[in-house]
Ligand binder design. Sequence first.
Ligand code: GP9
Ligand code: MN
Length: 689
Amino acid sequence: MSGLKNKFKLKNVLNTRLGFYIFTVLLFCIKTYLVYKTKFTLGAKGSLQEFILAINPIPAALLTFGLALYFSGKLSYWLLMIIDFIESTWIFANIVYYREFSDFLSMGIIKGSGNVQNNLGKSLMEIIHPSDFLVYLDIIILIVLLIVKAIKIDYRPFKKWKAGIVSLISLLLMGSEYSLASSDRSGLLTRTFDNNYIVKYLGLNEYAVFSAYQTQKETSTRSKARASDMNSVLKYLKNNRAKENVQYFGKAKGKNVFIIHLESFQQFLVNYKVDGKEVTPTINKFYHNKNTVGFDNFYHQVAQGKTSDAEMMMENSLFGLPQGSAMVTYGAQNTYQAAPAILDQKGYTTAAFHGDVPSFWNRDSTYKSWGYQYFFSSEYYKQKSADYSIGYGLKDKIFFKDSANYIQQLPQPFYAKLITLTNHYPYEIDKQNTDFPATTTGDKTVDPYVQTAHYLDQAFAEFMDYLQKTGLLKDSMIVLYGDHYGISNNHRDAIAQLLNKKEITSYDLAQFQKVPFMIYSQGLKGGINHNYGGEIDALPTLLHLLGDKNNDTIQFGTDLLSKQHKQIVAFRNGDFVTPKYTKVGNDVYLTKSGNKIDPNEKQKSEIAQLQNHVTTELSLSDRVIYGDLLRFYKPKGFKKVNTKDFTYKYTTALDNLKKIQTEKPTSIEAKNDNQSTMDEYKTDAPELQ
Ligand code: GP9
Ligand code: MN
C-alpha cells in the first residue's frame, strides 16, 4: 500500500520523462495564462470566454513540448527546455510589443518590413519592464532542479509510438478547442477581425502560425506582382473616369470634413416610424436639409470584412476582398493613397475616432498606411465607470462628447472620421438610455434595432448642436454614411413585417442593402439625388466637392454627382444593381418594378455587358490590393505615405496636440483664446450626469 502511494508521489512522477514533460507543460500554461491576464487586454467576457482563455495554451504546448519526447536521454530534457525557452521568448517579445502597440507581433513585422524597428528599437530598454523577465522563471527553476538532481533524468527509452499518441491527443485537443472557440465567435480565421481575438480564443502559438500563413500569402502575391500589372488598371480607369459637375465642384473647398460612420445603419430607417414616432428624427431632418445632398439609391458593398470593407471603400475607393478583411491582411504593408493622406498633403489635420480597441480590424496599423495623423481609440476615452461602454465599446453619446474634446484641438481645416458603435448587433442598450419602442416582429435580434438606432440619432443630435454653437457647422462639410446592413438576410420574416410586405424576394433583399449617404455643407444645393451608387463612389464624390479634380488617382468609384457616373452598383459577390436591372445569383429583376424577368436576347446582352463591367472592376481592384500595385504608382503631386511618421501612442499624441496649438493656432480652441469650448456641449447621457 505504502509502495503504491510512494509511486504517486510528485517527486516520483517528476522523475519519469512523461511526468516531467507534463509538469513543464503545466508550468508553461499557468505562466501563459498569468501573462494573458496581466500583460494583455484580451477582453474575455463571460465564463465561456474566460474558460477558453484559461485552457487555450494547453493543446499547443502539449504538441510543441511533446516533440522532445521523440528523443531520448539527456537530449530529450534539453530539448524540452529549449522549446520552453523559445516559446517563452515568443511570449516575452509579444509582451514588449503589445505594450507599445496594443497588438501582437506579426511575422510581417518580424521580417523587418514593418514599422517596428523605428518605434521600438530606439526605446526598447524603456519599454521592457523588469517583471517581463519572469516569463523565464519556470525554466530557470526546472534547470536548477535538474542540475542539482532534485529531479532525476529518466534514461529509460520512451517509445516513439507513445510520443506519437501524445502528439495525436494534442492535435485532437486543439481541434476541440477550435470548435469551442468557433461556437462563441464564428468566422474567427476566415473573417480575421483582430489579432487579440485569435490570441484570446486560440492562443499565442496558433496566432503565430496564423500570422505566418497570412504573411506568406501576402508576400507571395506581392512578390509576383509587376509594375506592368498597373497597365490594365490604368486602362480601365481611363475609360471609366467621370468628370466633375460644375454645379458641385469645389463647393466645399477648404472646409473641415466630418465623416460620420453610422454603424449598421440602413437606409430604410430614414423616415421610418414605430408607433407613429420617427426612429431618427435628427438624421431625417439632416437628410431633408436644404444644404444636404441625400442619396436614396446608395448601397453598401461589403463582404466578410464588414466595417473594414466599408472603410476601405469610403476612403480609398478600393473594394474589400472576397474573403477576410483587406485591412487586416494588407493594411500594414501595402501602399495606399487614401483620403487622409491626400488631404494631409493639402494642409489638413487628419484624425479618426473610435471607442473600441485600436487593434480591431487592424486599424492601428492600417490607419498609418492611410496617413492618419491621429487615431483616438478606446484608451483616449476615459471611462469613469463600466456603464460607459456597451457591446464593442463606448456608448455613442459619450463617444461624441469626448471626441469633441479632441476635435476642438485639431488645427483647421481637418478631416475627422467618427466611427459610432452602439447601433451594432446585438443592439443592446440599457433601460436608462432608451424610452423608444422596439418593433414587434417577434424576432429578438431585429426588434431592438430601432432602439439603438434611435439612441445613435440622439447622440448625433447632441453633436450637431455642439457643431452649430461652436461655428464648426458653417465651416464644415458633414458626411453621413451607413457602413452595412444591421439586419441580415437570415431574418426574412422580420424584414417582411418591417417593410410591410407579404413576402420577401431576393430582389427585396438586394434593395434592403441600401444605406445612407448624405453630404451637408452650407451653400450646397441640397435635395434627394436618385443616382445609383455605393460606398466605392464616396471618395471621388467628396474629392470633387472639395475642389480636387482627382484625375490621376487609382479609384474604382466615380463621382455620384457627375453626369458621367455609370450607376452600376457592384456587390462583392458579383451581383449588381443598376437603374434598370437588379441581378441576384442567376435571377434578374427589373429594378423599377421588382418583377423577375426571363431576359430576351437584347436584355441578355445588356446584362452580360454589365456583368463584365462588374467582374472586371472587382478583379482589378483585388489585383491592386493583392499585388500592392500602388507602390508602383504615384499620382501627380502625391507624396508616398511613410508610416513611420505616425504614432498613436496616447502620451505622444497629447503632446503633439498641445504643441500644435501654438505652431498652427487654427483649432477652435486656439481661436477661443485657448479656452475649451466644452461648455457648449450638452448631453443628456445619464452616465455623465
Ligand atoms: C468594431 C466595429 C465593428 O470596432 O467597427 O465592426 P463590424 O462588426 O461592424 O464589422
Ligand atoms: Mn460595422
